[in-house]
Ligand binder design. Sequence first.
Ligand SMILES: [Zn+2]
Length: 486
Amino acid sequence: MKFFTACLATETNTFSPMPTSDKNFFVSRHGDYSTYPPYKDSVVALFRKLANARGWEVAESIIANAEPAGITLRKTYEAFRDEILSDLKGALPVDAVLLDLHGAMVADGYDDCEGDLIASVRQIVGADIPIGVELDLHCHITEKMVSNASIIITYKEYPHTDTADRALELFNLIADTVEGKIHPTMGTFDCRMIGLFYPTAEPMKSYVGKMKALEGKDGVLSVSLAHCFPWGDVKDLGAKTLVVTDNNPAQAAQLAESLGRELYAMRKTVYPRYQSIDAALDEALALGKSPVVLADVSDNSGGGAPSDSTFVLKRLLERKIENVAIGGFWDPIAVSVAMDAGVGAKLDVRIGGKMGPMSGDPLDLHVEVTGIAENAIQYFGSDEARMDYPLGNTAALRVNGIDIVLISLRVQVFSPELFTNVGVDPTKRKLVIVKSTQHFYGRFAPIAAEVLYISAPGAVQPDFKNIPYKFADTHKYPMVEDPMVS
Ligand SMILES: [Zn+2]
């Protein structure tokens, strides 16, 4: 038995000012993870372990992930795709294909990269070889993906703490398919909603629980909810349910529809509560407990934003709010100035606002350098399944009772180590402000007295009604109150 595996993933914010090129991808080839050691914990590495445990052979192509940004260059997507297809041709014959993709990758000329890739793989392997695909839940399910894949499974959790669990399910189902034990069929339903949904809070938490409870019985093999990625302006943008059943397409379609209608019926209660900068700061200060963790979701590099916006910092300074930690500002120039000056130095420095109007104005501040760290890291996931992510060089600057953490690699905030690496203790601060949408939650919630979400200006502002779509079908909630009826 021989499995072919590959990963090509980035989440494309079609409104982001920064194109995604091959330089933005961390790439490993044929199982050599020395080029990017975190890949030893990747989904593709897990596929290899699971196959080897059964004594099966694995032909591993590339693993290529890029931090989300703007539209991928055409030559970049085509080169990665063609490398995967060439590796696949070289590995033939194979018994199954497992792909770890994102589901919201857009390249110049391709608004559905995953559909294009899966269809190309199908052409090579023929109709009878199972193709299993794992997607991020921030994806757009398209007809091209569904008609060419055998099984698609999306993450259920956000933060995405269940990538390995879903990979294990996908592997087992594809293995059962290869062995002729099951015959997977898929059904989808368009929920006619655009937005972000957080399974860490009700009613989404119970909805995810229900999806899981349906799996593994009565012929239901897998249940997914593709949340969509609201800043990907493509024709198929929107939340969809996806159900995999054993040789029963009608059952898959019916269950997908009933679950989709259930989500739709809850549409007024499943959207997170975002507030303006001032309203969020007012609420945080009025709570009388600390630290309150506030997410500057609009500048989340994990959604394609630059991670150097100054809107929140500017208001903190104007309002003279002290005892605050804020980060991580992607500002390699200011980091290098601070590192050259050293801890204890007092200097004038220009911070943030460098990437364009969506980053606000740069701030010229007189700061003290209070901490520096070379090649710092932060963590993602539980302690048992922790992954280390590089932050690059890091500096902490203090001004007017505010600790500002700058980083040289453009990454979103996952863990308090962003601050502690450079001597800033977030548990001792009144407010802790992180540039992240939700992936911070797992490791910050345990230290937070409360978590609030800010809707500042920025490249991923969660003001869904006013995102300037050109290609998406916007006859959807919240643009339309009841789009299934009128
Ligand atoms: Zn995601």
